[in-house]
Design a protein around this ligand. Structure first.
Ligand code: SF4
Length: 265
């Protein structure tokens, strides 16, 4: 279900990934990722539908942002943190596009993070950003699209994301990969790196947020039963999980041609 809403603010302070602000043009996300921790947004909106089944379109967001930027330092913006700015609703509503235009015109730096090839539609605006003020990241957690279908049913296929990465790169736009979350025993960091390192300036890895314990365990039990015990331990707070993540990232750094950043919350 999609409905139009009005918002009071657009630029939110954030400490995520070392940035200053986050901007979320929508509440809810049709990508419907099974591990998504943004599900907590439901309680602020009163939605009772499952995560992935509703989208609130912040139709006045461009007007609100236009006012906000008058009084804010042009810092570094993450687009987005609790929704995907290029989910299917954006095709019609073009809220992200209008927000990008404002941020570019006002001299903000923007880091777009998406799982959608729709970002290609806005190449004309992306190319207007000053050097060093824009990057586009694709989240890629799997090299096999069968895993993508299980975990990220509403998002672009892995191949579509790689093709989009290539197109942006060929236009001279700085691109990065964000693996988030690292799903132990399922995410193949080495392979994702091999398949993308020629197209990126940075490779990021983030640990699993366990806010959706029950859903994650259910998906693992149904699709990866051999990993069920391991995930019971991880989701129960098993300390060795993050150690294994650190070790995997260390190994990756030994062979990678680009810097690898690790985010553990
Ligand atoms: S794309 Fe991001 S915000 Fe959307 S459902 Fe997936 S993890 Fe959540």
């Amino acid at each position: 279900m999609e409905k139009k809403v009005t918002c009071k603010s657009v630029l939110s302070d954030t400490k995520l990934y070392g940035l200053d602000y986050s901007v979320n043009p929508y509440t809810g996300c049709r990508h419907s990722c099974r591990y998504c921790y943004a599900v907590f947004m439901k309680k602020f909106t009163g939605h009772v539908e499952e995560w992935g089944e509703f989208v609130d379109v912040k139709e006045n967001a461009p007007e609100v942002l236009e006012e906000e930027v008058k009084n804010k330092e042009p810092g570094r913006v993450l687009l987005s943190s609790v929704t995907d700015p290029y989910q299917s609703s954006e095709k019609k509503h073009r809220i992200t596009r209008r927000l990008l235009e404002i941020l570019q015109r006002k001299g903000f730096s923007v880091s777009i993070l998406t799982k959608s090839s729709l970002v290609l539609r806005d190449i004309d605006i992306l190319k207007k950003f000053e050097h060093g003020k824009l990057s586009v990241g694709f989240t890629i957690n799997f090299s096999d699209d069968a895993d993508r279908k299980i975990w990220e049913p509403g998002a672009s296929t892995i191949q579509e994301r790689k093709n989009a990465l290539e197109s942006l790169r060929s236009e001279g736009i700085p691109t990065y990969i964000h693996v988030g979350p690292w799903l132990e025993g399922i995410t193949n960091l080495q392979r994702i790196m091999e398949e993308t390192e020629d197209l990126i300036y940075e490779f990021q890895v983030e640990n699993l947020n366990t806010r959706r314990k029950e859903t994650i365990l259910k998906v693992v039990m149904e699709n990866y039963p051999e990993l069920a015990d391991r995930y019971r331990d991880i989701l129960g707070g098993g300390k060795k999980h993050n150690k294994r993540l650190r070790r995997s990232v260390e190994k990756l750094r030994e062979v990678s041609a680009v810097p690898v950043k690790l985010y553990i919350d």
